[in-house]
Every structure is written in C-alpha cells, then in structure tokens.
Design a protein around this ligand. Structure first.
Ligand code: PEP
Ligand code: MG
Length: 325
C-alpha cells in the first residue's frame, strides 16, 4: 500500500517513456475527490444517471448544474467528461423515465435513445452541463450511440444550447467537445461514417462485449461467455483505435477492462493511449503501465491478434505480463 501510495505523484509513463493518460470514472463527489488526490488526468467518465437513480423526481436544471459544476470545480482545471443520461436496462430509476416492462430492455429505450425520446430531457441536461463549463474544462460524452443520426442530432442540439445559454449571459467555455461512447457494435463498425461528428471517443467495453457476443453482462449463468478475451473483441478494439488515431481523435477505453492491471499490456499492445477507470485501482494500473515496455508490446500485437480463442489470449497475457507489475 505504501509503495502504491508513492505513485500518487508519479507519471503514468511506460518504461520506454510514453505517457498514458489515466482518467478516472466517477459517479459521486467522493469519486471526484479521490480522482483528484490520485493524480488522475481528469474525469474520463462521469456517470450522471446516479443523480437520477437516487431520486423520485427528475432532477431539474439547477440541481444538475450544481452537481456538474461541483465536479468541475473539484478537478481544479483538469477536464471532466460528463456522460449524458444512460438510464434503462440495468440502470433502472425511480423517476419513471425508463420504461418498466420492455420485452428486451438491453435492446430497448436506453441511453441516448431515451434521452432523445423524452421531451426536454436532453435539452435540460445539455444546458446544465454547458453552464458548468464556465467553471473549468468539460467534455460531453453520449452513451449508446448506434450510428451517425443520433450523433448529428445531439450535436445540433448542443449547438443550439450553447447559443441559447450564451445569449442568456452565462459564461461558458469557448469549446465543449462532444464525444461518442463506442459500445454498440454498429457504432464501431460504422465509425468512419460518423467520426467526423465526434471530437473524441470512449470505448465502453462492458456493453460492447455484451452486444458483440450476445452475452448479458449481468447474467452469471453465462460464466465465461461474457468476456473481453475474445478475438472478435480484440479485433474491434484494434480497428476503433486505428480509425481514431488516423483521424487524430482522442480515444479511451472506459469499461471495467481498463481498471484491471492484468489487462494493461493487452490494451497498450492494441494501441490505446488513454484509459478511464474507477479510482479504486488507479494506482495499481499506473504501476502496471510503469512496468510495460510499449515498443516491445506493439511488436507483439500481431501475435495477440492471431490468438484463436480465450486460451490463446490468456497465453499471450501470461507471456507479456511484466514481472513487477
Ligand atoms: C461500458 O458500457 O463499458 C461503460 C463504461 O458504461 P456502463 O458500464 O455505465 O454501461
Ligand atoms: Mg455502457
């Protein structure tokens, strides 16, 4: 623990000198304080649905604004990436916004679909986020994007909100970057068609794995069927990172895989330079990064992508786990 604590002030830098951006995932004021104390680069995923899940009323613009503003102030100039509401399916609420009995909730009205379907919901949330941008750097991340149309719709709404909030005399940031969660396979596969509408990307492996492998993320009966260690998952990750890099768009992974130090060599080999994870394991992941030789891992990426099954990927991991990570 003491050894790990020393890493609070150390860079998340590989042995051969590349800085990996370590963002924190947060859903509360405590998480934000912890992220700041651990030296996170910023908040890479602020899950706003927790504000909605804990209350019977839909939080109004003022309540949302104060929550987002406090997160921004708490990070003292480091960027806070606020995800728009991701209610539905496994994230049920008491406000009555999410439908109660959909035949197939994971494929139903959730994430951005719900935000766009409920009159005023996204507009109010965007206003609150844009107002918070007057207090420090903010990015907006949209969950469950499945293709170009949703991204274009949200971007047009954001443009309107920025103009509206400025016209009302609020001080807001000159830039509020807008990014897409890549967690629906169609978004990953159609990325070239709409990456132009994205300022940055964040890969949500929790849902991407669920939808790609048709394996419920919360169903224990599926055992090892729900796993990121599948050749299809790795190939899709590699492709998304490649497209983003080519277009000069920042890309992070923000699913649980990013918080497990064992997977650090795999993610670095696939070309990722940004990870967003819960503060609980941030120092362990930083330690794992500091034990990695990035150029060596990059030369071993083809072998990783040739693995035929889970066992093959695990073998690669065993062979590429640095001794001191
Ligand atoms: C994900 O799907 O990987 C993700 C980060 O979002 P959530 O777990 O909140 O669905
Ligand atoms: Mg998700």
């Amino acid at each position: 623990r003491r050894q790990l604590n020393r890493l609070r002030r150390e860079p998340s830098r590989t042995l051969d000198g590349t800085d990996i951006k370590l963002w924190a995932n947060a859903e509360s004021r405590e998480d934000v304080a912890e992220a700041h104390a651990l030296g996170a680069a910023g908040v890479g995923l602020y899950r706003t649905e927790f504000l909605f899940m804990g209350s019977r009323e839909i939080p109004d613009e003022e309540t949302q604004f104060r929550t987002y503003r406090d997160a921004v102030i708490g990070m003292t100039g480091r960027t806070v990436t606020i995800r728009t509401l991701d209610l539905g399916a496994d994230k049920a609420d008491k406000t009555g916004l999410a439908l109660r009995d959909e035949p197939n909730p994971a494929l139903g009205l959730r994430g951005v679909r719900l935000s766009l379907a409920r009159e005023g919901l996204l507009h109010t949330q965007l206003r609150a986020i844009v107002r918070a941008s007057g207090y420090g750097p903010v990015r907006i991340l949209v969950p469950m994007i499945s293709g170009a149309e949703e991204m274009r719709t949200v971007r047009a709404m954001l443009r309107g909100v920025l103009a509206e909030v400025r016209a009302q005399g609020h001080e807001v940031a000159a830039q509020v970057p807008l990014g897409a969660m890549i967690e629906v396979p169609s978004a990953a596969l159609a990325l070239p068609a709409f990456i132009g509408a994205c300022d940055f990307l964040s890969i949500g492996t929790n849902d991407l794995v669920q939808y790609l492998l048709a394996a419920d993320r919360n169903n224990d009966a599926l055992g090892e069927l729900y796993t990121p260690l599948h050749p299809a998952v790795l190939r899709l990750l590699r492709d998304v990172v490649r497209i983003a890099n080519r277009r000069g768009k920042p890309v992070a992974v923000c699913g649980e895989i990013a918080g497990d130090p064992l997977f650090v060599p795999l993610l670095l080999a696939l070309g990722l330079g940004e990870l967003s994870l819960h503060p609980a394991t941030l120092l362990e992941v930083r330690r794992a990064i500091r034990a990695c030789d990035l150029s060596l891992l990059r030369t071993r990426a083809p072998a990783l992508l040739r693995a035929r099954d889970r066992a093959g990927i695990e073998q690669w991991l065993a062979a590429n786990t640095p001794e001191h990570s």
